[in-house]
Design a protein around this ligand. Structure first.
Ligand SMILES: [Fe+2]
Length: 277
């Protein structure tokens, strides 16, 4: 069976805080970052252009792997929802998970703005589960939490891994799984790892994912340099890891794709790099 997935990430919709209450200290630093860098890299018309491009492509399922916003302001979530709306007509064909910028500062559980604006594409529980076709299933993770001002790390909770294992084991062995999580499990050669920017439990999670040969694909964002990596296993097919971050950003020499189209044909995966000019 053939299906096509479009994977985008880290769109960083941005507006500016309107009052002192919104200007918590972490937001102040984030705002300066936004003013000097992100606002130039992510002009709003680029996001509109991205939506138009995807509307014209074959897409059975859209995946957005977090960082919809810059400072997790309500006005940013609202702008993101409004701009992306043409792609969000059928929630069984869309998976959206949060990134660290979407929980930038502590919010009470009753005021989780990611859930308010995009919760219908994740679901009420800890894990998002969505069938792509009769052979392939998406599992989305929420691994983000607020940190102090210099930290952007996340954690895949033990309960998330236990629940995911239960789900995988509840299906027949020939089902294939795609994990969607904001944080990468691999990095380019000679990458200088910043432990305050990545998963706290990076190595245990990487080992955990490799244990399950049914997990064939891992989709993420977070680092704004895109790639397709492979990790081999002792037995079974290799794991493909796809980074589609900063999909709406102005192209740069550091990135050779804006996002990816993943063609599923039976058991096979074909990953295409797409540039948004
Ligand atoms: Fe991020």
């Amino acid at each position: 069976m053939k299906s096509s997935i479009i994977h985008i990430s880290d769109l960083h919709f941005h507006t500016y805080p309107k009052n002192f209450h919104e200007l918590k200290s972490k937001r102040l630093i984030g705002m300066l970052n936004s003013i000097f860098r992100r606002a130039r890299q992510f002009p709003i018309d680029r996001s509109e252009k991205l939506v138009e491009k995807i509307r014209k492509m074959k897409c059975d399922h859209l995946v957005i792997s977090g960082d919809l916003t810059q400072l997790s302001l309500e006005s940013e979530f609202s702008l993101a929802r409004k701009t992306l709306d043409p792609l969000l007509k059928n929630n069984s064909r869309v998976t959206i998970i949060p990134g660290n910028h979407d929980r930038y500062v502590s919010q009470s559980l009753s005021n989780d703005l990611f859930k308010k604006y995009f919760g219908e594409f994740f679901g009420k529980e800890e894990i998002h589960l969505q069938e792509i076709n009769s052979d392939w299933i998406i599992i989305g993770w929420d691994s983000v939490h607020p940190n102090d001002w210099f930290t952007a790390s996340g954690t895949v909770r033990r309960s998330t891994l236990i629940e995911t294992e239960k789900i995988i084991r509840s299906f027949s062995k020939d089902k294939k799984f795609i994990i969607v999580n904001h944080y990468p499990l691999t990095f380019p050669a000679n990458w200088k790892l910043d432990h305050f920017h990545e998963l706290y439990n990076l190595i245990p999670v990487q080992k955990w994912v490799l244990r399950f040969s049914q997990i064939r694909l891992y989709l993420h964002g977070h680092i704004h340099k895109n790639w397709v990596h492979q990790l081999s296993r002792e037995s079974g097919e290799e794991l493909l890891l796809v980074n589609s971050a900063a999909s709406s950003a102005i192209p740069s020499s550091e990135k050779d794709s804006s996002f990816h189209q993943i063609e599923i044909d039976g058991e096979n995966l074909n990953i295409k790099q797409i540039i948004l000019n």
